[in-house]
Design a protein around this ligand. Structure first.
Ligand SMILES: O=c1[nH]c(=O)n([C@H]2C[C@H](O)[C@@H](COP(=O)(O)O)O2)cc1CO
Length: 140
């Protein structure tokens, strides 16, 4: 199963270590197309590879079309993640959003109010693991 993991990059990297943990969990269920979202120094790596914003957009849209499922960590608000989620819903992909309610950022109504998006509230990767795995198994 291909899994598109979405998480904030230019929206802020406070949760980057958490993204890495979630990606590791997801990798035991399929291929994470966007493993780079968890990497430190991601933008420097992309610049070193001479990737333009257009290259990044086109690659991510191709992966979104290809993927079987989308999992997004949405606690740190990100324009890019919101855009990806809108496109994923339009492509009729199964979408699961992970949100930590102890955050100062309230989750957007455009995510929580969308019946096509499954929102799981959680504290840590370990506590969300059973529900996340059940979601993935339903898609596989
Ligand atoms: O360098 C990048 N590489 C990349 O893959 N993205 C994609 C994947 C992430 O899920 C999402 C993050 O968007 P933003 O940078 O607006 O927070 O966009 C975004 C950027 C930078 O905007």
């Amino acid at each position: 199963m291909d899994i598109y993991f979405a998480g904030s990059i230019r929206g802020g990297r406070d949760d980057a270590a958490l993204y890495r943990e979630l990606i590791a969990l997801l990798e035991s269920h399929g291929t994470v197309l966007t493993e780079h979202v968890g990497t430190d120094g991601i933008e420097a790596n992309e610049a070193a590879a001479n990737l333009t914003d257009t290259d990044i957009y086109e690659q991510d849209l191709a992966w979104l079309r290809q993927t079987d499922v989308v999992v997004a960590e949405v606690t740190t608000p990100s324009l890019g993640v919101g855009y990806e989620l809108g496109r994923a819903v339009a492509f009729e992909k199964p979408v699961c959003c992970l949100y930590r309610p102890d955050s100062p950022h309230e989750l957007s109504a455009m995510i929580r109010g969308n019946d096509s998006v499954r929102v799981l509230e959680y504290d840590s990767p370990e506590t969300v693991r059973p529900e996340l795995e059940a979601f993935l198994e339903r898609q596989g």
